[in-house]
Every structure is written in structure tokens, then in C-alpha cells.
Design a binder for this molecule. Structure first.
Ligand code: K2U
Ligand code: NI
Length: 192
């Protein structure tokens, strides 16, 4: 199983590499790694396991974060009770590619963190509010998924890892709390 010891931290060169596309049919190592990455996310969101193995909660992880420079991502978003996304979004994405996106941007009110970054980096991380992502599954079937808001943010954060981009690269250096015009801040407490 993947634990925090397997996750490389900022400063490690692999986090700044352009990860290699994956070829099919998948070799066993890649298939196993993909399954281990998804299992890590589920474990990290299961209190007893997370506590026992001291796992930081994660909703996404990219292969370069476990020092494998391949274009492989796992995402595991629990279902929320809101009716517009009834089921969980739990997927392995191979060679994911954003094929279109909204002009409108969004960001998380509390900024972002990263399993590979052991410090708080305050500031808004502007991202596309809606994306269409194409990817392959473990069997090599091609999928196209339209995502918005938090799922879209998570997938963009993980695809950034495949391109050697860290979330804080996207924070305005001069004014971390600058909000680009028209950006939709997610998770902001509605004004009374
Ligand atoms: O890639 C990673 O390091 C996992 C990131 C993914 C992520 C961070 C911020 C915003 C979107 C995605 C985090 O560890 S996941 C931790 C987390 C958990 C719940 C809500 C937000 C972030
Ligand atoms: Ni990250």
C-alpha cells in the first residue's frame, strides 16, 4: 500500500518533469500502481486507516508524486449530499487531456494544498470553472468527461502534476489574494 513515505516532496526533481505518456496494453507495474494510487485516496479518507498509517487526506494523486514520471492520475471524491452530484467521482485517468474549458475561472476560497507540499501556501489558485477531459481507463477505453467546480479543480491540480506544475505556481506572486475579474470563489461563506 502507498503511505506518506512513498510520496515525494517539493524540491524533488520528478515533481518538475513532464511525465511520459502511457502506452497500451498496460504493463502489470502500471496497472498495480494505478490501483494502489486509488486505494491510497480511499484509505486516506477512511478515518481508522488514515489514523493508523498517518495518511494525509487526499482527493487526488498523480504518479509523479510517488516518483513515477508517467501520465497517470487517480481521483476519489466522495458523494456529497447535494442532488446535483449524487454519486462519487472515483476514477483512474490515464493520459488525461483537457480538450476544452470555460473562459470563466473558479478557485477554492481556502486556497489549495498538496500531498507533496509540507507547508501552507496562502493564496487563490485560479482554474477553469468547467473542463472537458479525455482520458483512457485501465482497459484502454477512451472516455470524455465534462466536469465543473470542485471535481474540475481536482483534475486540473492533478494534470498540473503531470506537467511539472505546482499549485502555488498559479498564485499571483505580487498579490496572492488578488481575484481575477469574474472568478467564482468556491466554498466562500455566503454573505448574510
Ligand atoms: O495532488 C495532491 O497533492 C492532492 C491534493 C489535491 C488537491 C488539492 C487542492 C485542491 C484540489 C485538489 C490534496 O492533497 S487533496 C486534499 C484535499 C482534501 C479535500 C479538499 C481539498 C484538498
Ligand atoms: Ni498536489
Amino acid at each position: 500500500m502507498i503511505t506518506m513515505e512513498d510520496i515525494i516532496r517539493e524540491g524533488h526533481p520528478t515533481l518538475r518533469k513532464q511525465a511520459e505518456p502511457i502506452t497500451f496494453p498496460l504493463d502489470n507495474d502500471t496497472k498495480e500502481l494505478a490501483e494502489d494510487m486509488l486505494e491510497f485516496l480511499i484509505n486516506s479518507q477512511t478515518p481508522e486507516i488514515a489514523e493508523k498509517y498517518e495518511l494525509r487526506p487526499g482527493v487526488g494523486i498523480a504518479a509523479p508524486q510517488v516518483d513515477v514520471s508517467k501520465r497517470l492520475v487517480a481521483v476519489h471524491l466522495p458523494a456529497t449530499d447535494s442532488e446535483d452530484d449524487p454519486d462519487e467521482f472515483s476514477k483512474i485517468l490515464i493520459n488525461p487531456k483537457i480538450v476544452s474549458h470555460s473562459v470563466q475561472q473558479t478557485c477554492l476560497a481556502d486556497g489549495e494544498g498538496c500531498l507533496s507540499v509540507d507547508r501552507d501556501v496562502p493564496g487563490y489558485v485560479p482554474r477553469h470553472k468547467r473542463i472537458t477531459v479525455e482520458y483512457y481507463d485501465l482497459d484502454g477505453n477512451k472516455h470524455k468527461e465534462r466536469l465543473r467546480e470542485f471535481p474540475a479543480i481536482v483534475v486540473q491540480h492533478e494534470i498540473d502534476h503531470l506537467n511539472g506544475v505546482m499549485f502555488y505556481d498559479r498564485i499571483d506572486k505580487d498579490n496572492p489574494l488578488a481575484l481575477p475579474d469574474g472568478i467564482d470563489v468556491l466554498g466562500a461563506v455566503e454573505e448574510e
